[in-house]
Write a protein that binds this ligand. Structure first.
Ligand code: SF4
Length: 482
């Protein structure tokens, strides 16, 4: 999972992009990068770690220009290596230089990569993003598109020709010396919003990034849309030739937007997929209370911060007090997006501390947004028990059991790692060490997310992979053999 950001026509472009990345930091903490453009050339700075660790003021000063894009990374394809940090760049293409920032994942991109290698392409990184960049760069160099002047229309046709055959999840921002472009895959898996700031435009994975810099949300980039903002002249909107007609008119009935963005990933102060994240989470909590109340409970506690709103919705619906029974250290990143089990185990311990005595003698309901591996939940429950006092602990999960891996940009790589794919409900309850355990139904989840306004990918819950189904099947069968 990653966060992407872009800003145009602003003399403080790289500084604003830096702030934008700050607001999107929760989407990836492994690395951060910026590319700016002055209209003559592009400048790039990337670094491992969080935004303010690597992108210091002296680095920002060197990023000249009034257009800038940025990226925060959590790797799902390609390791945590310096060379995989985005934005990536291609040189000596007809546009001069082109930078790309990608949020999403291309299942089976290795096969595409090998086929380009056979045609003579050289790859510098291990990421799926470079495959997209190479596909587009090759189109730009192809006879029919070759020109010193890469017009928005020509670029849109290049993108269409290059990416239409590639199935996967991609929200992209491109930067050349002449324009910025936003592209969203025809299934609209990952979010990408468009805003205005003074005379310029702003693009961001989530709208909370607009709030920080005082930009005004205008609309979402539509699934299958190629939106180009030239240095001079008005922006132009194009669509993939295989885009679904309904999505052009903003009726999102045939999308595969990631429901997990609303459950966990996006910030509650953001709006994604035409839905307020806060409202969706509140509804999840309310539905969970309706489906799985706990009789005579004394209080509800959330696992902060990602399940705060669901817990509030749950507590409110049952007229129960919401207690801050767990205190979270804000100096530790999100455990779910920390790569590697060893790091996750360690950070879980560092991250939460129960309030001693608060839960003494009480029948407590813990609300969490989801259970992926189950290890963090188990540790938190143990911490609460160790802190003393809770008479009973009932665990409520505001999403269904995650049984299948995600191939579209969220790190749940194998079925073996997913607790619900190998244990029954009762086994999970015993593993966690709680008096009762209940999940939200899939039906209630989709309803809480506003199914009327769009359809969602929910493959990690029901195994119904609608994007790149062949590639996914191949990966799953390989996994089975291991
Ligand atoms: S499989 Fe799950 S996490 Fe992945 S895109 Fe679909 S809903 Fe989101």
């Amino acid at each position: 999972m990653c966060g992407i950001f872009g800003v145009t026509h602003n003399s403080r472009a790289s500084y604003l992009a830096y702030l934008g990345l700050h607001a999107l930091q929760h989407r990836g903490e492994e690395s951060a990068g910026l590319v700016s453009s002055s209209g003559k050339t592009c400048f790039r700075a990337v670094a491992q770690g969080q935004v303010d660790e690597g992108l210091k003021p002296d680095v920002l000063k060197k990023l000249e220009g009034d257009f800038a894009i940025g990226h925060v990374r959590y790797s799902t394809a390609g390791g945590s290596l310096e060379r995989n940090i985005q934005p990536l760049m291609a040189f000596n293409v007809p546009a001069g230089e082109i930078a790309i920032a990608h949020n999403g994942n291309i299942p089976g991109y290795h096969i595409l990569r090998r086929s380009y290698q056979r045609k003579g392409a050289l790859f510098y990184t291990e990421s799926d993003t470079e495959v997209l960049l190479v596909a587009i760069a090759r189109q730009m160099q192809a006879g029919s598109f070759r020109s010193r002047f890469l017009t928005p229309g020509r670029f849109a046709r290049c993108v269409d020709k290059a990416l239409s055959p590639i199935e996967g999840a991609y929200s992209l921002i491109f930067l050349t010396k002449d324009f910025m472009a936003a592209v969203r895959d025809p299934d609209g898996v990952r979010p990408l919003a468009l805003g205005r700031l003074n005379d310029g435009y702003v693009l961001a994975s989530e709208t909370n990034a607009f709030d920080l810099i005082g930009a005004k949300f205008e609309r979402e980039i539509r699934p299958g849309e190629i939106f180009i903002i030239p240095r001079k002249g008005k922006p132009q909107s194009f669509f993939f030739s295989n885009s679904k007609l309904e999505t052009r008119n903003s009726k999102l009935f045939s999308c595969q937007s990631c429901v997990f963005e609303l459950i966990y990933f996006a910030r509650p102060d953001s709006r994604v997929f035409e839905k307020d994240v806060y409202r969706a989470r509140w509804e999840m909590g309310r539905s969970l209370a309706r489906e799985s109340p706990v009789d005579d409970a004394d209080c509800v506690i959330a696992i902060p911060d990602s399940s705060n709103v669901q817990a509030l919705g749950y507590a409110h619906s049952l007229s129960l007090p919401l207690e801050f029974g767990l205190v979270r250290s804000h100096y530790i990143g999100r455990t779910f997006i920390a790569p590697g089990q060893a790091i996750r185990d360690f950070t879980a311990r560092l991250k939460y501390n129960p309030v001693r005595g608060l839960l003494e003698g009480k029948k407590v309901v813990i609300v969490d947004d989801s259970i992926v591996r189950g290890t963090t939940s188990k540790k938190i429950i143990r911490l609460i028990r160790e802190a003393g006092g809770a008479k009973e602990i009932h665990f409520r999960v505001a999403s269904p059991p995650i049984i299948w891996p995600c191939f579209y940009g969220i790190d749940m790589p194998t079925r073996r790692e997913l607790i619900a794919s190998r244990r029954s409900l009762e086994e999970i309850r015993r593993f966690l060490g709680v008096e009762s355990l209940k999940y939200l139904s899939l039906e209630a989840l989709v309803k809480a997310c506003g199914a009327k306004n769009g359809s969602f990918c929910r493959a990690c819950f029901d195994g119904n992979y609608k994007i790149a189904a062949k590639a996914v099947k191949r990966i799953l069968s390989l996994e089975k053999k291991r």
